[in-house]
Structures are given as C-alpha cells and as structure tokens.
Design a protein around this ligand. Structure first.
Ligand SMILES: Cc1ncc(COP(=O)(O)O)c(C=O)c1O
Length: 370
C-alpha cells in the first residue's frame, strides 16, 4: 500500500538532497583506503586548533542542555560582523536558518525568486513549505543575473534567495549589482543573501551585504562556520538582520537548535583569525595549482568557471557522472552536478596542495580514458 496520500503532493515530489559521499562509505564499498574527499567544500586544514581545545574542554558538560539563547555565540557573531546580539539568530548550520526564514515569512502558495544554478537547498526548502518560485537564467560565465531576478518579481513575491558567492558556480555578484538588487527589490520582500563562502572572497568589487544594511530594511544575511572556520560537523550558522525580523525567526526556532559543543567551538574559532588567514592562503594556492593544471587540459575541452570560493566548477565534454565514478575508483571523491542540470560538470573542493595534486593527476588520467 502506498502512503503517498498521507503527504501533500509538494512534499511527495521533493527530490531528496544528495550530500557528498563520505570517505568511510566509499572505502567500505570499494575495499580501498587512503581516499580523499573534495566533495562538500570542507576546510582541508581541519578545525581551528582553538575550536578543538574548546570542544575538548567542554566535553564533560554535554549532560547539560546548551544555552538555548546562545548568548556568547550571538555576542561573538555580532562582534564579528559589526551588529548587535539582537540582530543575530543562530542555527543548526546556515541551512537551518534558510529553512526557518522560509517558514517564518512565507505560507504555502507564496512566491519566491531564485537564480538558476544556485544552492539546491533553496528549492527543497521552498518546496517543503509549499511555496512557488521563479528561477531566472544566469548570464555570462554562470553569473547571477540581478536584473533578471528583479524582472521576475511579482505582486505575490515574498522572498528572494541569493548566494554570494554562489554554490555550485563559485561566481559572485559585484557590489554595484548587489546594491541594485537591494535597493530595487520592493520593500515588503525579504531579501536573503547567503554568504556561506564570504571569508574566501578576494574580488575587490565584492561587498558583503552586512556592509550594505543601510540600503534596505528587509534584509537577512546568512553566514556559516562550516567552510573557512572548518566546523561543518558542528552545525553552526547565523543570520544577521533587523532585530524585529530576527525576533520572528526566534519564535519559530526550536529552543535548543545549536548544540553545546558547536556553540563553544564556534566562539573559539572566531578568535582564531590566524587560522582563517591560513585557510584562505591554502585555498588561493590550491586554486592557482588546479587552474594551472586545468589550463593544460584545455585542448581536451576542459574549462572552468572563475571562482571566489573554496571550490571550482569544472566543465568537460563528457558525462560527468562517468568521470565521477572513475575518480571514485581512484579514491577521489568530487561532486557530479547532474542534480543541478549540469550533466557535464564536476564541482571540486580546493584541498591542500597534496590533495589538489592527487585530484588533478586522477582527473587527467580519467579524462584520457574517455
Ligand atoms: C551557498 C551555501 N549556503 C548554505 C550552505 C549550508 O551550509 P551549513 O548548513 O553547513 O551552514 C551551503 C553548504 O554547502 C552552501 O554552499
């Protein structure tokens, strides 16, 4: 008997999120060892040593519930972005905050605008809330087209989700375009700028929306500890916005949504600016190395999209799922992009120098077999 009638059609038709393959799973399946994972944009340096210290020091406290108000974490995040604690909401990763934002501000049938090839979680979140949306085409080399997004706004639109820089393309929105988006989107719409990769950005004409808050009242910015801070496993993210909007999110949020060790780890990681600087440096080196080697594969039809993040979107003439499977055999886990409709593209996280070399050697070998 099918139980499909138990759930609304919009829930039944959700295509579940497919995460990057865990190393353990690959090694169990293939009976291999020494694999590397460059599939989920994690920090190849591991967690900040200060975060590890904080986790260890607080391990004997986990019989207590965490601070539901996340007092210290909110204060530390507020200081980091130049806001006040009542302008910060914390979440079980920024993914939870994106979900909470949709749940707090929208009802089934409400409309949102997103860009094609933006973070796939937006679609899952909106579908789970029974929302409708318009996804606009990108321009140029997988750039978010701000004007197309503005043109897609209807009287029913309640929300805009924009990642800057964007996953899976790695591209970013220049400051002028972002300013236009923030000022020209009608006032009643909640604009969400997802800055999960903020710490990695080098482009001079990039501006975090945190610095543009004066331009717009209904603006929420999300950040995460999962990428440059190296704490993906601790599940901590935060949102910045007007105290009133943050207050509504806090009414919907579960009381203890940020775990105790995650909170102390994130606070400690925020004090470790050396670690962030090192992470960014390693990332820049990794990108230069992979780009140089990809250039040598140009004759084989390989291109890539310019990135401001810790990953590269690589385009090939071949079905990317086949390349992905061949790379798995060599113990290298990347991410095929078929779920995004990019059937000939792979997304690879920039690792340490050694990991980048290992990827590019394996990729070169696998390409030669096709
Ligand atoms: C653009 C973007 N936003 C949000 C997230 C969610 O990250 P987390 O829930 O770990 O904070 C990710 C994760 O890959 C991402 O790429």
């Amino acid at each position: 008997m099918s139980h499909q009638s138990l759930v609304p059609e919009y829930i039944a038709s959700i295509k579940p999120y497919v995460p990057g393959k865990p190393i353990e799973e690959l090694e169990r399946e293939l009976g291999i060892s020494n694999s590397i994972k460059l599939a989920s944009n994690e920090n190849p340096l591991g967690p900040s040593p200060k975060a590890i210290e904080a986790i260890t020091a607080n391990a004997n406290q986990v019989h207590y519930y965490p601070d539901g108000a996340a007092f210290k974490l909110k204060a530390a995040c507020a200081e980091y972005v130049g806001a006040t604690s009542d302008e910060i909401a914390t979440g079980n990763g920024s993914n939870e905050l994106l979900t909470l934002i949709a749940r707090t501000f929208c009802t089934p049938g409400d409309h949102a605008v997103i860009s094609d090839y933006s973070f796939i979680a937006y679609r899952i979140i909106m579908q789970a809330e029974g929302m409708e949306w318009t996804s606009t085409a990108m321009k140029g080399d997988y750039q978010v087209d701000v004007d197309a997004m503005l043109a897609a706004i209807t009287p029913e639109t309640k929300l805009l989700f924009v990642a800057n820089p964007n996953n899976p393309t790695g591209s970013y929105i220049p400051r002028q375009d972002l300013e236009r988006l923030l000022t020209q989107t009608p006032e009643h719409i909640v604009v969400v700028i997802d800055e999960a990769y903020h710490e990695y950005v080098q482009a001079e004409d990039y501006a975090s929306a945190v610095t543009l808050r004066d331009l717009r009242e209904n603006l929420l910015i999300t950040r995460t500890f999962s990428k440059a801070f190296g704490l993906g496993g601790m599940r901590i993210g935060f949102a910045v916005g007007p105290a009133e909007l943050i207050g509504y999110i806090n009414r919907v949020r579960e009381p203890f949504n940020c775990n105790l060790l995650g909170q102390v780890a994130a606070v400690a990681a925020l004090t470790d600016s050396d670690f962030i600087a090192r992470s960014v440096e390693v990332n820049e080196k990794g990108r230069a190395l992979v780009e140089e080697r990809l250039q040598q594969l140009a004759e084989q039809g390989v291109t890539w999209t310019k990135s401001q993040t810790n990953f590269l979107l690589i385009h090939t003439p071949h079905p990317a799922t086949e390349l992905y499977n061949s790379l798995l055999q060599l113990g290298v886990i990347v991410r095929p992009m078929a779920g995004y409709g990019l059937t000939k593209s792979l997304r690879v996280t920039l690792g340490t120098e050694e990991q980048c070399e290992r990827f590019i050697d394996a990729f070169t070998k696998v390409l030669a077999q096709h």
